[in-house]
Design a protein around this ligand. Sequence first.
Ligand code: AMP
Length: 175
Amino acid sequence: MSSSAIDLRAFIRDVPDFPKPGILFKDITPLLANVDAFRASVEGLADAFRGRGIEVVAAPEARGFVFAAPLALALGVGFVPIRKPGKLPYKTLSLEYDLEYGRDTLHIHNDALAVGRRVLLVDDVLATGGTMEACRGLVGQAGAEVVAYAFAIELGFLGGRAKLEPAEVFSLIRY
Ligand code: AMP
């Protein structure tokens, strides 16, 4: 099936009040479980960024990895993981950032990105944009440049895009 023939929205399951009351969680597991939908989503992201000089795809754990790793292969570039504390085995750069309640920290290996590398940051869902802002900070600490952001799903009403622009923000599905 061609990627344009599939309605990806049909494969996103809304789960109310997860992980806490008031959150409508966008569950991507039905999409991942369907090979046509999964392939179409990776191809849709790859079509948007092929020939654009992307040199590295990077993503935060864990759902970001699911799209970022096959996207990196489709673009013919490497993949760099961004992880929670205590997961990466070698020396890391780290950045603490604000969550809705409290703070969290993300890490990247300190040799993962060469200076000046053109990076595409990827995640499953763009919500408030806080996670991606932190990822951008880590890429910047490494001396590399975020040229664009790619998401399977964008929750437009949360305004995350404004935190990431003027860099390009691309999403397959918008709510
Ligand atoms: P953000 O607010 O953009 O920093 O989102 C935080 C992380 O939680 C991102 O990695 C998203 O994938 C995830 N996330 C936030 N809101 C939702 C939601 N409504 N459904 C599914 N995932 C979400």
